[in-house]
Ligand binder design. Structure first.
Ligand code: SME
Length: 142
């Protein structure tokens, strides 16, 4: 968070702040393997930054996939086993668990941090809380 605030103080543009947030979370290491910042643009999620594996899902409609479900329901999504979820959008074969944390400013949802893990059931409530701190920092700084 300190790095995000420092970047903000230096007038870092939005893509840089989002990239930094992805890098910081990914740098925590396992269970985090890839981190994606999907932001709402005209009612659709758009991939604006990521660290880790590439994905073909650069735009995701609201309600589609785990990411789109988070927006449609207004709830963070913690999926311990992605193979058990019917509407999961796969971007590689190694991902086992997924955590989506909304970036909220008051009542407004700006987007989300989508985190993948190769570890089945890899995310704990502490991981969720840690990613939420980054998402909450972004909500203020963006
Ligand atoms: N798995 C997500 C799509 C995003 S890619 O995994 C980066 C989903 O089901 O919405």
């Amino acid at each position: 968070m300190r790095a995000l605030r420092a970047a903000h103080l230096h007038d870092a543009p939005r893509p840089e702040l989002l990239q930094l947030a992805c890098q910081r979370v990914c740098a925590w290491g396992a269970p985090f393997t890839s981190v994606y910042a999907y932001m709402l643009q005209d009612g659709e999620l758009v991939l604006e930054a990521f660290t880790g594996r590439t994905t073909e899902h650069v735009r995701i409609p609201v309600g589609v996939g785990v990411c789109g479900t988070a927006i449609a329901t207004g709830q963070d999504q913690l999926v311990p086993d992605v193979t058990a979820v019917g509407n999961y959008l796969a971007c590689n074969v190694d991902t086992r668990a997924e955590l989506v944390v909304l970036i909220r400013r008051g009542a407004t949802i700006l987007g989300q941090l989508d985190v993948d893990s190769d570890v089945p059931d890899g995310f704990t409530p502490a991981h969720h809380a840690a990613v939420k701190r980054v998402a909450d920092a972004l909500a203020v700084l963006l």
